[in-house]
Design a protein around this ligand. Structure first.
Ligand code: BGC
Length: 344
């Protein structure tokens, strides 16, 4: 079986009857369905014509929103969650507080739903009703500070999150023929300028550092063209500052989660950007790194911890939550996306 076939198999096996994709079937803390992870899985499977699976996820996401419609009022009095149980409920794991307010998942879901429609799969009435609620919420709250896609720094405005919200509202404007969402997306675009330092996008509004998730802005969200100087400089900084000792890519400098190793997701995003800008040789090298990260059980982990940034922080995380989450479904999704971007 090829690595690509295996990635498809792992994602399909991780889809619950409800349509939810579990984040990781073997890592107890990740027994939930994140909108972020799921939207990327649906997008990746669409590239391989697995439309039925992608459609089932979108119907699941729409049901989660409509079943909790009271959380999507125009004001941010209550905050919609970033993850749901596999049968669409809201539940917090364990007794420790775990950040659950992250707008990128909702933006990415709307974006993925619009992509699904653009490729000839019109949304159902339920999906449109849910999209309308989410779009209204994002129009009002899209610039609010919230936890980032790594569930950290809840008091900041994150650049990748802003990009996801802009792309989501742009998608909603198309799906719903909704001028208000297009206007809101244009307004949020203006804010992106506040997230540039020295010609490069930065992780959030109060840092000079970069984060691999900044690559989403161009690939695939198309908020900023891949060849625009600020994007070129951002990608260059990510390659220079975040490439680890084995050629994989860190999430950001200073990451300590499981020691902060090289991540499959980040490496695939950078490879995807290279493919997009025509540097197939570097894209292929990143794909090779990702495929070498497959374990003996033929699964992709969340990260590799052979060369962590902070060696002292591996053991405490393993003691707390067990070995690194494997297989991580959205690692497999990003492997699929990168493989699709590189011609044979
Ligand atoms: C990551 C999130 C991800 C979740 C499930 C968290 O540790 O920070 O980005 O959505 O795991 O995969």
């Amino acid at each position: 079986m090829t690595h690509v076939d295996r990635s498809i198999e792992v994602i399909l096996a991780g889809q619950h009857d409800s349509g939810a994709y579990v984040a990781c079937p073997t890592f107890p803390t990740y027994r939930y369905a994140w909108l972020r992870d799921g939207a990327w899985c649906a997008y990746a499977l669409g590239l391989y014509d697995k439309w039925d699976s992608a459609g089932r996820f979108h119907r699941f996401a729409a049901r989660c929103v409509l079943d909790h419609a009271e959380l999507f009022g125009a004001s941010r009095v209550v905050e919609p969650p970033t993850r749901y149980t596999l049968d669409g409920r809201i539940e917090d794991p364990g007794d420790e507080p775990w950040p659950n307010f992250q707008l990128d998942g909702y933006g990415t879901w709307l974006w993925a739903l619009a992509e699904h429609a653009r490729t000839g799969h019109p949304p159902t009435g339920t999906e449109l009703d849910a999209a309308r609620l989410v779009a209204r919420y994002l129009r009002e709250n899209g610039a609010a500070s919230c936890y980032d896609c790594w569930e950290e720094y809840g008091d900041r405005r994150h650049t990748a999150t802003l990009g996801s919200v802009i792309a989501g509202l742009t998608g909603a404007a198309e799906l719903l023929s909704d001028e208000d969402s297009a206007i809101a997306a244009a307004g949020l675009r203006e804010l992106l300028g506040e997230h540039v330092r020295d010609g490069s996008f930065v992780k959030h509004d109060a840092t000079d550092g970069v984060d691999a998730s900044l690559l989403w802005l161009s690939t695939p969200l198309r908020v900023v063209p891949a060849d625009e100087p600020v994007m070129v400089r951002t990608a260059q900084r990510i390659a220079d500052e975040l490439t680890g000792p084995t050629g994989g890519v860190f999430r950001y400098r200073g990451d300590t989660y499981y020691g902060g190793g090289e991540w499959v997701l980040s490496t695939a995003w950078l490879g995807w950007y290279h493919a997009e800008t025509g540097d197939m040789e570097t894209a292929r090298a990143r794909l090779r790194w990702v495929e070498e990260a497959f374990t003996e059980a033929d699964e992709l982990p969340e990260q590799t911890v052979d060369y962590p940034q902070d060696t002292e922080m591996v053991v405490p995380w393993v003691a707390k939550w067990g070995p690194v989450a494997t297989p991580l479904l959205w690692s497999h999704a990003m492997h699929l996306v990168l493989a699709a971007a590189i011609p044979d």
